[in-house]
Design a protein around this ligand. Structure first.
Ligand SMILES: C[S@@+](CC[C@H](N)C(=O)[O-])C[C@H]1O[C@@H](n2cnc3c(N)ncnc32)[C@H](O)[C@@H]1O
Length: 273
């Protein structure tokens, strides 16, 4: 299946899964660890009890599995689609997967149970006005003192690296991204929105790609953008500008340019009562 029926902008086939795995490895080269070192893990939970961690919008579960294998935490991968989940007979013993829509009312079993919630690159699944539902749900799902870690695309969305002084930079993709991925409008204000929702200790930081891996970053960006372009071809009123912007990025790369996605990690704590 190359396009989704639920409005999700990317694909959920084996190509998309491989793209996510490559993207995971590239993100791991940008960030020192799977969990941000500013998250005060010692403060969450009770001594001796394994931490309970949710990975919302887990995709193929690559982060979920790697975290469970590097810790004794109980990790659950949650996604609105189970299409990319690994089969249950290969789940690590401390790792499970479940279907879950972050925009729907939270089931009782997930209320107040998580010490940490991880979200990575969920922007393409969220709409222009979804922030209050999402942030309220995240707060409801966390235990008091629990932490949220959210890594997602941030302005200018696509970083460009010209190889020649006179090379024309692809500029329209920076305007097209927030037009097409409508949640980017509010994700750009995520720290303020988290504070308004009652989260504390809110901090954000950018991650920079490694220079030596920029060719790999470029391939990964082009794959993601081409999936979005293919999805938008089914929405003729939305594809026009994006297709031209995508072609501009492709031409830039053909002429030797390199690109990478601009990423920002935000962490926040649910206060104790
Ligand atoms: C770009 S993938 C990211 C996968 C994973 N977080 C990673 O970084 O490898 C986004 C995932 O979010 C999921 N998703 C989209 N909308 C969602 C929703 N409303 N609730 C839960 N998951 C959603 C999609 O099905 C997809 O698997």
């Amino acid at each position: 299946m190359s396009t989704s029926r639920d409005g999700y902008l990317l694909s959920r086939n084996f190509n998309a899964s491989s793209r996510l795995t490559a993207q995971h490895l590239l993100i791991c080269r940008r960030t020192a660890s799977l969990l941000d070192s500013r998250i005060a893990i010692g403060e969450t939970g009770d001594p001796g009890r394994p931490l309970v961690i949710a990975d919302i919008g887990c995709g193929n579960g690559i982060w979920t599995i790697e975290l469970s294998q590097s810790s004794n935490c109980q990790v659950v991968g949650l996604d609105s689609s189970s299409e990319l989940f690994p089969p249950d007979d290969i789940w690590p013993r401390n790792c499970t997967f479940d279907t879950f829509n972050v925009l729907a009312p939270v089931e009782r079993k997930y209320i107040g149970v998580f010490d940490i919630i991880n979200i990575r690159l969920l922007a393409g699944g969220l709409g222009r006005r979804d922030y209050d539902r999402v942030l309220a749900n995240l707060k409801l799902m966390l235990r008091e003192g629990g932490w949220l870690q959210w890594l997602d695309i941030a302005p200018p969305y696509i970083l460009t690296y010209a190889r020649e002084a006179n090379q024309t930079l692809p500029v329209s993709i920076g305007c097209e991204m927030p037009r097409v991925v409508q949640s980017l409008g509010w994700l750009g204000h995520l720290p303020d929105l988290l504070k308004e929702t009652g989260f504390t200790r809110v901090e954000s930081s950018r991650t920079q790609p490694q220079g030596a891996l920029l060719k790999h970053e470029t391939s990964n960006v082009l794959l993601a953008l081409s999936e979005i372009r293919d999805h938008l071809r089914h929405c003729p009123d939305r594809v026009g500008g994006f297709e031209r912007a995508f072609d501009e990025v492709c031409n830039f790369v053909v002429e030797g340019g390199l690109v990478a996605v601009a990423l920002c990690t935000t962490i926040a704590q649910k206060p104790r009562a």
